[in-house]
Design a protein. Structure first.
Length: 637
């Protein structure tokens, strides 16, 4: 239904004015936008025109530049005629007198020119310009020339030795210091281009050495001005002559004196002008030359404690000259106690770090232990061992002495009035004290830090040693364990004892066993060669050990055999019968046994245990299932 509502004239006029105003505003905006757009287009058009003009100018300039490059050189006898020269440098090799030339690695001289007349020509020769400083000038090799290619694009040319008249070819005769190579055109208006190999001669009077050789190439057109260019021939040094150190062949070791392996150094920290050790450096190049005459690099050494260097150049960090096959660089104490870390390097090699301990003037603790429980009458080295520390906990390596605690002890072992000097073991960082046995019995020993008891300021704990002068009366056999896995390593010990059953001192006993040595019905495999008693169970002579060793399994007072157990389970029994060196009553069979666990039995036991576990789990699951069913019934109820 259409509304009959009338709009008043005033409202219509107002609406009309508003619409007209809007149209006018829109028209003005559109006009302004058009003008702005038009101006931008004009500006862009002008800008484009400038760009085009610039491009044309650049192109014109480019053409001008290109047109300014000289074309192929022209020569026809006029003064100032020029020839194009292009040089490719070459390489050479070391040679003794009379060695062959290096044409395969030669440099190349390329000359180009346009001949306007027949017989136009130019000559090529060379002159020595510079050579290695160590090469005698008169012996510096001259440059040979041989034809590589004529590079002719039109016409025919000739390339020949200008003095002899012989034509050059790709394998042809070469120039010497007075020979000219001539390049000539056969016809007018043809290119006379040539490419020549350039290599050093092999004259018996001119051995080559490593370095850079520079030669001047002289190209002279007929009746024209000579032109020159340099060509370089580089001769590389032989690998064996390289001065560069190689990490695979160079070494650095620390020791008390010239060292071939690293040592554990423990030195007094008191400052001194006397070196307490050295770092032995040997530089070798990649060829592995062992005489050390090749590698030559500076050596940089730094330390966190003490000083390193030479008598004239030393400090915490120094750069030192290396000019021999092997050099010992000194280590000095500077009064600082502690462990110093030392680094050694050259421009090409960095060596593993080293260390040295500087201890205080006096130790603060001495801990003694018995290394050899059973001593013989006479000298016994490494009988008592001592670990010494200073106030900082550093290993103390000064002089220590062992002595008998009382006069009664001195009658058995050691001395009460003249303590025995102990030996410093740098490898194990300990002192080892020898004890002299006198009579059978037990003696108590102490260690002090002075040559006399009166002067000592520190004394160790007291230890007891046994001197047994009794002869061997019988022996014992034993394994190091009661049971073994199949094929496991085992150790068999033979321990000689006296008539009282006590272990005797270190001894070698001939015919301790009867013929056949140690026997067994089991398949024992003997251990690694060189590790035990003659590497055979059949020996009848044994030598006991004085000290223990975790590496070989040695045990004081016993001889050791290393074997491997059988692969199958069972009891392994060994037997040895006393030999002729024992009393008749002791010449009887002695046995020892050990068990090898059967791998099959172990597997069966494991399976049985697993079956039992599975059965238990099954029972538990059944119980849990029944419980769940009961709960369900109750919930439904």
């Amino acid at each position: 239904m259409t509304s009959n509502k009338q709009v008043s004239p005033a409202i219509r006029i107002l609406r009309g004015e508003r619409d007209a105003s809007a149209r006018a505003t829109h028209l003005e905006a559109a006009t302004r936008k058009f003008l702005v757009t038009t101006n931008e287009r004009k500006y862009m058009s002008t800008k484009t025109n400038f760009k085009r003009i610039a491009l044309v100018a650049v192109a014109a300039l480019g053409m001008g530049v290109l047109s300014s490059v000289p074309s192929q050189a022209v020569f026809s006898g006029a003064a100032g005629s020029s020839i194009g020269i292009t040089i490719t440098n070459g390489t050479g090799s070391l040679s003794a007198a009379g060695a062959g030339s290096d044409s395969t690695t030669a440099g190349v001289i390329t000359t180009t020119g346009l001949a306007l007349a027949a017989a136009d020509s130019y000559t090529i020769t060379t002159a020595k310009k510079s050579w290695p400083a160590t090469q005698t000038a008169a012996l510096a090799p001259v440059l040979n020339l041989a034809l590589k290619d004529t590079l002719t694009s039109t016409g025919a040319i000739e390339v020949k030795n200008n003095l002899s008249g012989a034509a050059l070819n790709a394998t042809g005769a070469a120039s010497d210091s007075s020979t000219l190579v001539s390049v000539s055109a056969a016809v007018a208006n043809s290119y006379a281009n040539a490419s020549l190999y350039a290599f050093q001669d092999s004259n018996s009077a001119t051995p080559r050495i490593a370095g850079t050789y520079v030669y001047t190439v002289i190209v002279t057109p007929i009746s024209g001005t000579a032109q020159t260019a340099d060509i370089t021939i580089t001769v590389a040094a032989a690998a064996a002559d390289s001065k560069v150190a190689n990490a695979s062949f160079s070494t650095a070791f620390i020791g008390a004196t010239t060292a071939t392996t690293d040592e554990n150094l423990s030195k007094l920290a008191t400052a001194s002008e006397t070196p307490v050790g050295v770092i032995t450096v040997k530089l070798r190049n990649a060829s592995g030359v062992t005489d050390g005459t090749a590698a030559r690099e500076s050596v940089t050494i730094t330390t966190t404690i003490g000083q390193v260097g030479t008598t004239s150049n030393r400090g915490r960090s120094v750069i030192l000259q290396y000019a021999a096959s092997s050099v010992d660089y000194n280590i000095y104490a500077d009064g600082t106690a502690g462990t110093g870390t030392i680094t050694i390097s050259t421009p090409s090699v960095t060596f593993p770090t080293k260390s040295i301990t500087f201890y205080a003037a006096a130790p603060t603790s001495l801990v003694a232990s018995v290394a050899t429980p059973n001593l013989r009458v006479g000298t016994n080295s490494d009988a008592v061992r001592v670990t010494a520390k200073d106030a900082n906990g550093n290993t103390w390596g000064g002089a220590l002495y062992a002595y008998a605690s009382t006069a009664a002890d001195a009658l058995i072992a050691g001395s009460l009035t003249t303590p025995a000097l102990c030996t410093w073991d740098a490898t194990d960082n300990r002192h080892e004290c020898g004890i002299a046995g006198t009579l059978a019995g037990t003696a108590k020993i102490k260690v002090i830090n002075a040559a006399t008891v009166a002067a000592a300021t520190l004394t160790s704990n007291e230890v007891s040693v046994v001197v047994n002068s009794n002869p061997v009366n019988s022996f014992k056999l034993s394994f190091d364990k009661a049971s073994y896995a199949p094929s496991e390593r085992a150790r068999i010990y033979v321990t000689p004892v006296d008539s009282a059953g006590k272990e005797v001192a270190v001894t070698t006993t001939t015919n301790l066993f009867a013929a056949g040595g140690i026997t067994t019905a089991s398949s024992l495999t003997f251990g690694p060669a060189g590790t035990t008693q003659a590497d055979s169970l059949t020996v009848v002579q044994i030598t006991t050990s004085a000290n223990s060793s975790s590496t070989t399994g040695a045990k004081p007072g016993s001889a050791v055999y290393t074997v491997f157990m059988p692969a199958s389970g069972g009891t392994v029994t060994i037997t040895a019968t006393g030999g002729s060196s024992l009393p008749l009553a002791a010449q009887v069979a002695v046995t020892a046994s050990a068990t090898v666990t059967d791998s099959g039995a172990a597997a069966l036991a494991a399976v049985t245990a697993l079956a039992t576990t599975v059965a238990s789990l099954k029972t538990l699951i059944t119980t849990l299932t029944n419980l769940v069913l009961k709960i369900q019934k109750k919930v439904k109820a």
